[in-house]
Structure formats: structure tokens, C-alpha cells
Ligand binder design. Structure first.
Ligand SMILES: *[C@@H]1O[C@H](CO)[C@@H](O)[C@H](O)[C@H]1NC(C)=O
Ligand SMILES: *[C@@H]1O[C@H](CO)[C@@H](O)[C@H](O)[C@H]1NC(C)=O
Ligand SMILES: *[C@@H]1O[C@H](CO)[C@@H](O)[C@H](O)[C@H]1NC(C)=O
Ligand SMILES: *[C@@H]1O[C@H](CO)[C@@H](O)[C@H](O)[C@H]1NC(C)=O
Ligand SMILES: *[C@@H]1O[C@H](CO)[C@@H](O)[C@H](O)[C@H]1NC(C)=O
Ligand SMILES: *[C@@H]1O[C@H](CO)[C@@H](O)[C@H](O)[C@H]1NC(C)=O
Ligand SMILES: *[C@@H]1O[C@H](CO)[C@@H](O)[C@H](O)[C@H]1NC(C)=O
Length: 424
């Protein structure tokens, strides 16, 4: 590791310690969610131009907002989540399973810097296959398509204190896919919160949106009350703005995972927005869901193809029931839900301790959208899950997963392999 990258890590670590030592107080980064601010580093240079909407059976737009590391009960006891639940459908049996966007989390279990080869499909392939526009909006990401492991910005809540590590790549799941980051058109859809403001004002908010608040606003470095203040600042005004929320909009507010590992990984999840049938508002739904349900629900809604992975595993991918009803999809009842709170090591290509190569998806899988499995060029379909060798511990031979990068990597075109177990 170079002295420069060591310094970056030390700075990140020391500002985290500072964060833990003094309770942070929410401060609005701007005058409102649709007003651009210098607190976000860069101003928007362009808008998307997504005016064509592909009609879905239950909604025409989905906005997913992920907060961090909070138990269901903690969120449920915070007033704003109670008041949001009154306006929407509270999903009481929704579970975290790490990142779902490729239909699997591929064994990922640490915060190192990874990428996923371009022959592995993800949700973006499914959406584009049907012409559905998409974007991810990352608060405090310094520029569009930013590739590095993280970024600090001046601490807008506490001027005079050290720059704060507001942006982390680990919360920007789509940039990890080479099929996105190495595609000049797709990568433009990895956008900032200033772009969000610009896109909304220009009437070009896409149909599928994934929103990541910064490391303080998403409760990662702070508390649920801090995240609640963020939602009051950012989400509440948008709920009454027809450019964002109309009768065809589904908004999902949830958490990546629970905080306590010794209980089931159930997270608070609310389905909100004009697309929620009036008679369901203020009610609860106890169907077993996981983050894979976000894939299957979108597949059912727009009749998409599937990824042939856990997005097609009926046990973990029930479709939101109000969408299942409109699309004719039959959810399964699971008597004994799996334990989603496993803290152990899961073998996978993004795991150096129990490494197995990427497997091809199950090409015979059927998903909630009814279509076939979508594959990308370069896929070796002979590499089925059952044909792969047993997991190996690459760290034991001072190696890492070939998909782990040096944290000094700053561009998709310049991937620096992480050469040994001591990297970073
Ligand atoms: C940045 O955020 C701080 C804290 O809320 C606020 O006082 C300041 O006005 C903001 N600056 C801009 C340019 O919006
Ligand atoms: C808004 O979108 C239109 C195309 O629909 C484009 O011509 C215009 O430049 C956009 N506005 C901004 C501020 O980028
Ligand atoms: C806009 O373009 C400038 C110059 O290329 C760049 O520095 C800035 O970061 C861009 N803004 C965004 C939001 O990417
Ligand atoms: C997961 O939660 C269950 C209770 O739902 C508990 O019995 C189990 O020990 C937990 N697993 C871990 C690894 O903490
Ligand atoms: C489906 O999910 C369950 C629960 O996680 C798991 O036990 C099972 O192995 C999965 N099936 C496949 C084919 O991956
Ligand atoms: C995917 O592509 C990578 C890089 O070219 C290759 O090493 C790997 O074997 C491929 N895996 C599958 C499942 O096609
Ligand atoms: C791994 O690296 C460490 C530290 O550089 C060294 O002491 C050890 O001998 C290496 N082990 C192998 C198997 O190469």
C-alpha cells in the first residue's frame, strides 16, 4: 500500500472515531431536496432525458431508499416511521440478505473494493431489456460515475471540523458491476443528489430509482433519529410533489440489514406512494419478503426476464402481495422462515476466505415476470454451480479473490488487482 492510500484510510478511520465520540446533529445539506447545493461538491451538468414510460401492471415508477443497520423494533419505535406506515403498507416480515442486484450477493462479507465481471447480469440488464429507464442517486458522491472506494467532503453540519467520509462505494451497488461501470452510457446513470434535483425539476426522473443517503443521513454513522430527521427533510416534501410521487409511483423505504445479529434479520420496510391501493394504506402485510423481493416485484410488474439466481428462489423472493395480486403471481407461504441473520462466511467469488468462481445462473429458472433467464455475452454456461470446485482459502496462500481491487483503483478502465492477502 502506498503512503498516500494509507493516509486516506487513516483519515477515514480517524473521522469515524470522531463521529463515534460526539453525537452528531442532523443539519439539512440544502434548502430542500430539489435545490442543488455546494455541500454536495459538484453541481449537476446535465439531466437524463427519460420521458417515455413503459407501463407496469401495478406501478410505473419505483423509488427505493435504503437506510442502514437498524433493527425492525428500533425503527418501529421512531415516530416518523410510524407516521409513514400510516400512509403506506408496512411489511412486517421483510428481511435483509445483503445486496440483491445480481440475484446473489456472491459471498461478499467485507468492505474491500470489488468488481463483478461483465458476463454477470444484474437488474439493469432486465430493465433495459424492456426499455425501462433507471438511475441510482448517491448523496455526496463527488461526481457522476465516481469509481473510488469512498470520498470525504467538507463537514457541512460542523464547519471547521475535519472533512467527513460521507460517500462510500459499498453503498453504491451498481457501480460494482463492470457491465455498468465500463459502459459509457450506463455509467451516466450513477448520479448525485444534485442530479436528482435537476432530473426531477426537468421532468426526467427515471422509472427505476435506487437512492442512497450519505453515511450520516442513512443512520450508518448516526442514529435512527438522525435518519428520521433526514426523511423529514428529504422524503416528506417529495411525497406531495407530483413530479416524484403520483398515482403510479411506488416508494420503498427500508434498511440494508438489522443491527443485532443474534435475532432474525428483519428490517423495517414500508411501501408508500400513490400506487399503494387506498384500502391498504395504514395496514400491515406479514408475507415473508427479502431484498430479492425487490427484484421479483419489479419483474412481475413489468413482465421482465430474470437473473436465474435467488431472484427466482420462491422461498426468498415473494412478490409484494398487492403487485402479486395484479399480476397473477402466486406467492409461497413459508412456515419456518430461513435464518437470514447468519454471520458466518458464505463461499463465493467475492470472498477470499472461501473463494469459488462465479457460476452461470440456472438457465431453466422461471421468475415472477414469466420471461426467460437473461444472460450477457461472455457467459460460460458450462460453469454450473454444481460443477465448481470446493471453496478455497486464498488468504492462506497470500492471495485474494481476483475480483478484489486495490483501494487505489480510481477508474473502471484502470483496475489495479489486489495482489496479496495484506492488501489493503
Ligand atoms: C450547507 O449545509 C449547512 C448545514 O445545514 C447550511 O448551513 C449551509 O447553508 C449549506 N450550504 C449551502 C450552500 O447550501
Ligand atoms: C431537460 O431535458 C430536455 C430534453 O427533454 C433537454 O433538452 C434539456 O437540456 C434538459 N434540461 C437541462 C437543465 O438539462
Ligand atoms: C460536472 O462537470 C465538471 C467538469 O467536468 C465536473 O468537475 C463535475 O464534477 C461534474 N458534476 C457532476 C455532478 O458530475
Ligand atoms: C439468528 O437469530 C435467531 C433467532 O431468530 C437465533 O436463534 C440465532 O442464534 C441467530 N444467529 C446468529 C448467528 O446469531
Ligand atoms: C432458496 O433459499 C433457501 C433459503 O435461503 C435456501 O435454503 C435454498 O438453498 C435456496 N435454493 C436454491 C436453489 O438456491
Ligand atoms: C465470466 O468472465 C470472467 C472474466 O472473463 C471469466 O473469468 C469467468 O470464467 C466467466 N464466468 C462465467 C460464469 O461465465
Ligand atoms: C505470506 O506473507 C507473509 C507476510 O509477508 C509471509 O510472512 C508469509 O511467509 C507468506 N506466506 C506464504 C504462504 O507465501
Amino acid at each position: 500500500m502506498s503512503p498516500a492510500s494509507l493516509l486516506v484510510l487513516l483519515l477515514l478511520a480517524s473521522s469515524r472515531l470522531a463521529a463515534a465520540a460526539t453525537a452528531q446533529v442532523f443539519a439539512p445539506p440544502s434548502k430542500g431536496p430539489l435545490v442543488q447545493t455546494a455541500n454536495y461538491t459538484s453541481f449537476s451538468n446535465s439531466t437524463l432525458n427519460d420521458r417515455k414510460a413503459v407501463p407496469g401492471k401495478a406501478f410505473n415508477r419505483i423509488i427505493q431508499i435504503w437506510l442502514e443497520n437498524t433493527d425492525f423494533a428500533t425503527a418501529a419505535s421512531t415516530p416518523i416511521f410510524g407516521s409513514l406506515a400510516e400512509q403506506g403498507l408496512l411489511l412486517t416480515n421483510y428481511n435483509g440478505i445483503s445486496l440483491p442486484w445480481g440475484g446473489d450477493f456472491f459471498g461478499l462479507h467485507d468492505d474491500s473494493m470489488y468488481h463483478i465481471p461483465s458476463n454477470i447480469s444484474c437488474v439493469v440488464d432486465l430493465l433495459e431489456d424492456k426499455g425501462i429507464s433507471w438511475a441510482t442517486y448517491q448523496e455526496n458522491m463527488p461526481t457522476d460515475a465516481f469509481y473510488s472506494i469512498g470520498a470525504t467532503a467538507s463537514n457541512y453540519a460542523s464547519p471547521g471540523s475535519a472533512p467527513y467520509p460521507y460517500y462510500m462505494r459499498k453503498h453504491n451497488p451498481l457501480v460494482i458491476y463492470d457491465s455498468v461501470s465500463q459502459d459509457a452510457e450506463r455509467v451516466k446513470r450513477i448520479r448525485t443528489f444534485n442530479d436528482f434535483a435537476n432530473d426531477v425539476v426537468n421532468g426526467s426522473l427515471p422509472q427505476w430509482n435506487f437512492v442512497t443517503p450519505n453515511m450520516v443521513n442513512d443512520a450508518h454513522d448516526t442514529t435512527i433519529d438522525f435518519a428520521a430527521s433526514f426523511l423529514e427533510y428529504w422524503l416528506l416534501p417529495l411525497l406531495t410533489d407530483p413530479r416524484v410521487n403520483n398515482e403510479e409511483t411506488l416508494i420503498v423505504v427500508t434498511f440494508d440489514e438489522a443491527e443485532t445479529f443474534t435475532i432474525q434479520n428483519t428490517v423495517f420496510a414500508i411501501a408508500l406512494g400513490g400506487a399503494i391501493p387506498i384500502n391498504l394504506r395504514g395496514t400491515t402485510d406479514n408475507t415473508l419478503y427479502t431484498h430479492y423481493s425487490l427484484l421479483s416485484t419489479v419483474q412481475a410488474n413489468w413482465g421482465l426476464k430474470n437473473l436465474g439466481r435467488q431472484d427466482t428462489n420462491a422461498t426468498v423472493s415473494n412478490v409484494f402481495s398487492f403487485v402479486a395480486e395484479k399480476t397473477g403471481y402466486k406467492n409461497v407461504h413459508v412456515d419456518t422462515p430461513p435464518q437470514f441473520n447468519l454471520t458466518g462466511i458464505f463461499p463465493g467469488p467475492l470472498n477470499s476466505i472461501a473463494f469459488v468462481p462465479f457460476a452461470a445462473p440456472n438457465l431453466k429458472a422461471r421468475g415472477a415476470g414469466g420471461g426467460s433467464v437473461l444472460t450477457r455475452p461472455g457467459l460460460n454456461t458450462k460453469l454450473t454451480a454444481s460443477s465448481l470446485p470446493p471453496p478455497v482459502n486464498l488468504n492462506a496462500v497470500n492471495a485474494t479473490s481476483p475480483w478484489q481491487m486495490s483501494p487505489e483503483t480510481t477508474s473502471a478502465k484502470n483496475i489495479i488487482p489486489c495482489a496479496n492477502a495484506l492488501c489493503p
